[in-house]
Structures are given as structure tokens and as C-alpha cells.
Write a protein that binds this ligand. Structure first.
Ligand code: ITT
Length: 200
């Protein structure tokens, strides 16, 4: 089985990527290589930040490497927290605190204007001149209260109209079918399959 390094420190992302790709690739995590993954995210977009993480770890490890940069964009907040989703409200704030802050900021925003989306950019680093980005998103609404225990991050307050449920109420399988990450990873998987075929 081919190996793929996944440059992340986020446990939620790890679980989802392993569920999505783990039958085809042996997913290696940076801590298994003893590599420090605290890469500074200086980009202005999800794509730029995922590229920074994938390239940094790809160079360090010499392995085929993927990195995910993702986040929640809320229209009524002009796209915030966006690329700052993990650090929204401060580096060490809990999600309960983040949710409280968001509810405050959105208190005067009517239900139909609470539109939002999760976005995901996944960069694959194969070599210095082979770097590819795969992106996707999922649309939803910011709910008024948290619901559900599945998933991670902002999933408890993200309402998915198609299912009439919050993302954290959906099973991991359903989330992977519809999510920003699930869809971006399937684009990556298709690309990987084609390079594998080309090599045969
Ligand atoms: P790495 O950089 O180590 O991968 P990170 O959590 O810092 O981990 P990001 O900078 O990409 O990664 O921030 C992503 C944040 O966006 C994440 O911490 C959540 O707050 C949010 N997020 C992304 N995908 C999500 C999902 O599927 N469900 C809920 N929240 C999500």
C-alpha cells in the first residue's frame, strides 16, 4: 500500500481522512515521523495555507504529502471566521466560547440571512514541480443553538438544510458524503488513482 503523509495536528481531520482514504493509502501522521507540524499559516486563502503546510512537510519528509486547510465562512460576517476559524475568538478558546461569540455577533441577523459554508482546500505535494490543490464546499445555515455530538469544530452549530439536521447530528459516513472535506478528498482520490494507473 502506498504511503501518504497527512500534515495536520487536527484529530477531527485525521479521523475523516483515514475513513475516506485509509483503505487505499497508508496514512502517516507527522508525529509518527517525529516531525514538528506547527507550520505558520501566513496565506490569505485556504488554498495558500494548505499549500504552505503540504510543501513544508513534503520537503521535510521527502514523502508524498497532503494538507487540509478549511474553515467556516459566514455571509453576515463578511466571510469570517474563514481562514481564522481555528483561532476565532483567540488561540485557546473552547468551541463553546466560539459559539457564544458567534451567537452574539449574529443576534440581529434573521434566520434566512444566516447563510454559511464550510470550505476545504487540500494540497497534494508530490515534488517541487508537482503541487496540486483540490477544493470544495458545503452550504448551510448557522443555527441558534448547538446540537449533536459527532464531527468536530463548528459542526454542532452548522445546520444542513438537505437533512434538516445539524452537521454534528449526522453520522460520520453521511458527513463524509456531503462535506467540504469529503468532496475535496474524493477529487484527490480520483487524481491519485489516475497517477497510479499512469505508473502501471
Ligand atoms: P491543521 O492546520 O494542523 O490541519 P487546524 O485545525 O489548525 O489544523 P485549519 O487552520 O485548517 O486547521 O483550521 C480549520 C478549522 O476550521 C478547524 O479547526 C475548525 O474550527 C474549522 N473546521 C474545518 N473543517 C471543519 C469541519 O468539517 N467541521 C467543523 N469545523 C471545521
Amino acid at each position: 500500500m502506498n504511503e501518504l503523509l497527512f500534515a495536520t495536528t487536527n484529530q477531527g481531520k485525521r479521523k475523516e481522512l483515514i475513513a475516506l482514504l485509509g483503505d487505499k493509502y497508508k496514512i502517516i501522521l507527522p508525529n509518527e515521523l517525529g516531525v514538528d507540524t506547527d507550520v505558520e499559516e501566513t496565506g490569505r486563502t485556504f488554498a495558500e495555507n494548505s499549500r504552505i503546510k503540504a510543501v513544508t512537510l513534503g520537503r521535510l519528509s521527502g514523502m508524498m504529502t497532503v494538507a487540509d486547510d478549511s474553515g467556516l465562512e459566514i455571509d453576515a460576517l463578511n466571510g469570517a471566521p474563514g481562514i481564522y476559524s481555528a483561532r476565532f475568538g483567540g488561540h485557546n478558546t473552547s468551541y463553546d466560547e466560539k459559539f457564544r461569540l458567534l451567537m452574539e455577533l449574529l443576534q440581529d441577523v434573521p434566520a434566512d440571512k444566516r447563510t454559511a459554508r464550510f470550505k476545504c482546500a487540500i494540497t497534494l505535494y508530490e515534488s517541487e514541480d508537482k503541487i496540486t490543490v483540490f477544493e470544495d464546499k458545503v452550504e448551510g445555515l448557522i443555527a441558534y443553538e448547538r446540537k449533536g455530538e459527532n464531527g468536530f469544530g463548528y459542526d454542532p452549530i452548522f445546520y444542513v438544510p438537505e437533512f434538516g439536521k445539524h452537521m454534528a447530528e449526522l453520522s460520520p459516513e453521511i458527513k463524509n458524503q456531503i462535506s467540504h472535506r469529503g468532496k475535496a478528498v474524493r477529487k484527490l482520490a480520483e487524481y491519485l488513482l489516475n497517477i497510479k494507473k499512469g505508473a502501471e
